[in-house]
Design a protein around this ligand. Structure first.
Ligand code: ATP
Length: 314
């Protein structure tokens, strides 16, 4: 549904997007995750035809978005990072105006506006001026205006930016509903945002795709290189035993109840050290009640891929 390849964009000497490429099949909900300045907005602005890439290709719903931007725009709805506001217009007046701009056929405008208002739960504020609404409601109006031509693809740039915690929860739930029968690409620098809403995560840093997969896949790929054991004995003895047997590893011990210790071993390579650690503890006659590989969370993955990329650039 969305296919982009080798996208590049410079702003003067700043190489903001450096060969970004990915494909999103129909129906998938994908999060574009990256720190501030990573190139998320620039990528989305190229996708939506607001700025042109200097290199690369973009197809949305089968349309070449660089060669035919007007045709391509009919295929998606876009929520920009800072949604344009028309404070003097009423919600319904604004949506009427937007439906004309988007070229929604006259005969279906009324029903499309009603459908978008219902999806974004705007019925109660239809006659209110946009300038009088809370930020959360203004965001819903912007979202409704992106739905008026009934697009099957939604591109959302930082949709919860500036909202309070209640509004964020509501916005997330709304996006979840909208994603039921659409392909969605949503950008954010807030990890829980992406973790809760998206089935696939593309991590972008310094203008490049650094990781791409389901949260589970990314966590599994970044797991290994460590294990956690629960052992009985003296923390210091356990620590010394392991450090002697595995030079180069980091061992930390935390006391638990009844003489048990939580022992975390981090090796310098990415292999799962459980078997060797288990054998070493066994031969030192240290009792073990649990032993498992360290499983990375998405936050660990995020930090790790950004660190690796910064290390590679240095
Ligand atoms: P944020 O989460 O802060 O919005 P982002 O990941 O969306 O960050 P971009 O806004 O795409 O990042 O910016 C990527 C880089 O390109 C940054 O270094 C930014 O300063 C630069 N940049 C973006 N737009 C312009 C512009 N119009 N002129 C000059 N530099 C720009």
């Amino acid at each position: 549904m969305i296919e982009i390849a080798d996208l590049h964009r410079w702003f003067g000497s700043v190489h903001a997007v450096r060969g970004v490429g990915f494909e999103i099949p129909a129906g998938q909900v994908v999060g574009l995750l990256g720190p501030n300045g990573a190139g998320k907005t620039t990528t989305l602005r190229m996708l939506t035809g607001i700025i042109r890439p200097q290199k690369g290709s973009i197809r949305i719903a089968g349309v070449d978005a660089i060669a035919e931007p007007t045709k391509s725009r009919r295929g998606f709805g876009y929520l920009p990072e800072s949604a344009p506001s028309y404070p003097e217009m009423s919600v319904s007046g604004f949506l009427r105006y937007r439906s004309q701009v988007l070229g929604v056929p006259r005969g279906s405008r009324k029903s499309q506006i009603a459908k978008a208002m219902e999806e974004c739960q705007l019925g109660s504020v239809a006659k209110r001026r946009i300038g009088q609404l809370s930020k959360g409601y203004r965001q819903r109006v912007a979202l409704a205006s992106a739905l008026l031509h009934d697009p099957k693809v939604l591109i959302l740039d930082e949709p919860t930016n500036g909202l309070d915690p209640t509004q964020i929860r509501e916005a997330r739930s709304l996006i979840g509903d909208l994603a039921q029968d659409r392909t969605v690409l949503v950008s954010s620098h807030i990890l829980p945002e992406i973790e809760r809403t998206c089935e696939r995560v593309i991590i972008i840093g310094a203008g490049k795709v650094l990781a791409d997969g389901t949260p589970d896949e990314l966590c599994r790929q970044n797991t290994g290189g460590g294990c956690i054991a629960e052992c009985k004995g003296h923390g210091a003895k356990i620590s010394t035993t392991l450090a002697e047997l595995f030079p180069g590893t980091e061992v930390s011990t935390t006391p638990l109840e009844g003489g048990w210790w939580r022992v975390e071993v981090r090796t310098s390579d990415a292999n799962d050290p459980c078997e060797q650690v288990g054998a070493a503890l066994g031969s030192a006659r240290i009792q073990i009640r649990q032993l498992r590989p360290t499983v990375a969370g998405l936050e660990d993955v995020f930090v790790r891929v950004l660190d690796e990329s910064a290390g590679a650039e240095a």
